[in-house]
Design a protein around this ligand. Structure first.
Ligand code: C5P
Length: 225
């Protein structure tokens, strides 16, 4: 029997959208289903890792053996992630974090005031969870191996390479082709410091297993001399 590729490792995964409240009943979010992240959490667990899944609001079952922490907003996701990564070996950011949140959340439902004027909403930039984690000393020393995702509508090669460098991470997976919200298939472009490699269109579980294998063989402790 082959030893499992992530046995003894701790993996933290963010998944799904975030929800940024405007008032007690409304907010902004996006169409991320969370499927890719949940599947990566499952594949990491199958590979023997201790897995913590920080999930935004999604309708998905928790993969067997995975510890799930449910959050809503980007700030809650950052807090839960920062609490989990100090003991982790791998961080995979798949969440579609809202770039902006309403600057203030009304304590009461915002009502029409009869003037015909819609309310003005101002936005504040959310923290970049991946970039924040990637700046930590452990990540810089590669004791915490950080992996990002990119959903680009055009020029994936160029944009994915630039994003990997901008975020300061060793590995980035770009979604190739049309955005596949909620689909069971995906196609990924893996970009690291040596170049890029395409993982052909396949069910998300198969891609997740391949991605986990690619991560496992890049961990400093697994380098073959
Ligand atoms: O900059 P962009 O949103 O395209 O980057 C995508 C990558 O960064 C994904 O891995 C996503 O999970 C992560 N991200 C994050 N926090 C943000 C924005 C993106 O962790 N606020």
């Amino acid at each position: 029997l082959q030893p499992k590729s992530l046995a003894g490792k701790r993996v933290v995964v963010t998944a799904g959208p975030t929800f940024e409240a405007l008032d007690p009943i409304r907010g902004i979010t996006n169409h991320s289903s969370g499927k890719m992240g949940f599947t990566i959490a499952r594949a990491a667990r199958e590979a023997g890792a201790d897995v913590t899944l920080v999930a935004g609001p999604v309708h998905l079952a928790t993969p067997r053996g995975v510890t799930r922490i449910d959050v809503k907003s980007a700030r809650q996701m950052l807090e839960a992630t920062l609490a989990a990564v100090p003991r982790a070996d791998v961080f995979v950011a798949t969440a579609a974090v809202a770039d902006w949140r309403p600057t203030s959340e009304s304590g009461q439902k915002i009502k029409k005031d009869g003037s015909g004027q819609p309310p003005a909403v101002s936005f504040t930039e959310n923290p970049d969870i991946l970039a924040t984690v990637a700046q930590s000393d452990r990540a810089k020393r590669r004791e915490l191996y950080c992996v990002g995702f990119a959903a680009e509508s055009h020029d994936l090669q160029t944009n994915a390479k630039a994003k990997r460098e901008r975020k300061g991470i060793p590995l980035l997976a770009g979604n190739i082709g049309p955005l596949t919200f909620g689909q069971d298939d995906n196609q990924l472009l893996l970009v690291d410091e040596h170049g890029s490699q395409e993982l052909p269109r396949a069910p998300k579980l198969q891609l997740a297993r391949t991605l986990i294998a690619e991560i496992a063989r890049r961990l400093p402790s697994n380098y073959k001399a």
